[in-house]
Design a protein around this ligand. Sequence first.
Ligand code: NDP
Length: 449
Amino acid sequence: MTDIIRYMKNRDPYEKEFHQAVEEVFETVQPVLDRYPDYRQAAILERLIEPERVIQFRVSWMDDEGQVHVNRGYRIQMNSSIGPYKGGLRFHPSVNLSILKFLAFEQVFKNALTTLPMGGGKGGSDFDPKGRSDDEIMRFCQSFMIELFRHIGPNTDVPAGDIGVGAREIGYLFGMYKKLRNEFSGVLTGKSLGWGGSLIRPEATGYGNVYFASEMLATRDEPLKGKTCLVSGSGNVAQFTVEKLIDLGAKVLTLSDSSGYIFDEEGIDKGKLEFIKRLKNIRRGRIREYVDKYSEAVYTEADSSLDYNPLWSHRADCAFPSATQNEISEKDAYKLINNSVKLVSEGANMPSTPEAIKIFLDKNILYAPGKASNAGGVAVSGLEMAQNSMRISWPKEEVDSRLKGIMKSIHKTCLDASAEYGTPGNYMAGANIAGFVKVVNAMIDQGLV
Ligand code: NDP
């Protein structure tokens, strides 16, 4: 195992996020490799870490003052052994090859866990949408799609949203794809309801995470009702995590953005959540404005000189990191444990550092890795693809009940795989093993391609 990790690091020494994601998976699948020595002969690990295709392109666009800007666009087509590439597009200044490869790698196993026929991919740009007008966003999305369109399609690669890419961006991207191809197809998911989107898709990642957390609590005969919760982020995933937590009787104390976080001891209720949705999705404002409206809450500015995030220092029962990768450090993990947190269910992708995960596992709290607990988003994207190809639209209740069923089944799959391979109750090992076995068997069935 150390050989393959060394090989990967020597080949691409600067891709630290990608290394982190690969090391986590490969360490936990060792018992599978021991059981099936044929995998080595087939160079399965080497094949898994080499994307099937990496596309990098120039995106030139003009701002409202007539100034031209140049960004980098990417699409990582990681693995198509169980279906067309599927995974979001991220627009954020931090985007680079390492981050997108880590996200694409995670996506391969996550998609396998959903039981739907989707391979794994990811893409995006280092474009920063913050402070840009609608027209600038539109021009950027159009320029991005002018290159991407030739590499994607409903049976090839179906992108969706991620950080910085929501319904507005999907609309502009779809419009340009349609014009270039002269076809109206299910090439993107996360579309608006009036033109091919699925009910419950915006809610799916957050709702799915809460459904997963409820399943985990049930294994310890604990209800979600009455639990106090810390949630980070205030975008798509965070908003609908809070909504479902409130629906199920939990109390949410925090939300954040990259500038800072709010702590509301009285709890964020439905009215306050509506304010946040308008603030973030329509006015595109900052979370600090929450305390101007609700004076009972306290705002704390982010401080990048700290090696911990004070959001995780509050006393609570559960934590739902829903902002970005590596947002829970080792120090944060100790603070969570010392403040009686019994469950961490990841809405974001890889929000916990390897040191933090080790602490969660050592302390035997309920810990769900994002590739299991946030799989509800891509699962409903898969349902959107199915509805698009049948040209029908399922009612809200049907999609929600399918989502619930899928989250329940992922939970069981993780538990069963963890028990079968000697680490009962370790959701991280279970998710990695179950996803890995499904993908690898498909690769072997399809020969050396
Ligand atoms: P959004 O863009 O809607 O929201 C992201 C939120 O996280 C914002 O509040 C943003 O603050 C904050 N954030 C982003 N980057 C940073 C950073 N470097 N430091 C601190 N805060 C940050 O994205 P989503 O809600 O869609 O995605 C959140 C996470 O969930 C990501 O890890 C994503 O990969 C994952 N995910 C999303 C899915 C989906 O369906 N959307 C599916 C599965 C996983 P600010 O506005 O200041 O940037």
